[in-house]
Design a protein around this ligand. Structure first.
Ligand code: KIV
Length: 292
């Protein structure tokens, strides 16, 4: 066995006995797997997930130690410039996901099942999941679901597909839900909890909660044994996820309230490209340094 791999998480599958009462080892598996996310939940630790759709961002995010990369159907908006996440195909998701999978060595790669490719029946969901995993190399599949989709999730899990269930605001249902709206306010909070419990019972290894009140998300996290991942769901979930273009400031216009921008890439790129254009015009670029 190679000895230059990072140590797996401490605990049962590390093969190393740890004396009781010592501090847990850092979360540094050679490959993040569902078991490691579960261990975060069990230990009360947090993990982070970020979207990625291409080789270069995947490589950078993987090197930073982000545990999970999501090839979201948000690619329809942020990569392909379409107005809705409904408008992306299985084949397109496979192309983006293959690029991400090829570029990471440690992060778990989760791919979104796109609208219209899995909802019709458990059989269709299995077919979709198998194609996504087999043709892209993804490690897990995310489906937007509610309790009525529990059989779909159960069938996928039985077929060997690790499933992340996405509840609360589910963008593929934006037209059915009446637009981008917070879900689970007031009485309907119990519906979010019921959906999450049903999908956990069906075998989902994690439940993603989008745009639900923080107290509802906290209760879901408390009631579920599997990890929860929040986006606009407060700070009590096991993990957090953001769309990278939002959190790095590449997105134009307003970003949702739940986003923190950690950089202003749009300003940085605009400034750099303007300088390049000006220097080409003025003849300052290229110089002797740049010629053969
Ligand atoms: O497609 C996506 O980026 C997502 C996140 C918003 C969770 O599903």
């Amino acid at each position: 066995m190679s000895t230059d791999q990072p140590a797996p998480y401490g605990g049962a599958d590390s093969g190393a006995a740890r004396p009781s009462g010592t501090t847990p080892e850092p979360l540094t598996p050679a490959r993040v797997r569902t078991v490691h996310l579960q261990r975060c939940k069990d230990r009360g630790e947090r993990f982070s997930m970020l979207t990625s759709y291409d080789a270069m961002t995947a490589e950078i995010f993987d090197e930073t130690g982000i545990e999970v990369l999501l090839v979201g159907d948000s690619a329809a908006n942020v990569v392909l410039g379409r107005e809705s996440t409904l408008r992306i195909s299985l084949e397109e998701m496979i192309v983006f996901t293959s690029a991400v999978v090829r570029s990471v060595s440690r992060a778990m790669v989760v791919v979104d099942a796109p609208f219209g490719t899995y909802e019709a029946s458990p059989e269709q969901a299995v077919g979709c999941g198998v194609r996504l995993m087999k043709e892209s190399g993804a490690h897990a599949v995310k489906v937007e679901a509610d309790a009525s989709m529990a059989d779909h999730v159960r069938a996928m899990v039985s077929a060997g597909i690790p499933v992340m269930a996405h509840v609360g605001f589910t963008p593929q249902s934006e037209h059915a839900l009446g637009g981008y709206r917070i879900q689970g306010r007031g009485e309907s909070g119990s519906q979010v909890l019921e959906d999450a419990l049903a999908l956990e019972a069906a075998g989902a290894f994690a439940v993603l909660l989008e745009m639900v009140p923080a107290d509802v998300a906290a209760e879901v996290d408390q009631r579920l044994s599997v990890p929860t991942i929040g986006i606009g769901a407060g700070g009590a979930t096991t993990g957090q996820v953001l769309v990278w273009q939002d959190m790095l400031g590449l997105t134009s216009g307003r970003v949702p309230k739940f986003v923190r921008q950690y950089a202003d890439l749009r300003a940085t790129m605009t400034e750099a490209v303007r300088t390049y254009r000006d220097e080409v015009r003025s003849g300052e670029f290229p110089t002797d340094q740049h010629v053969y």
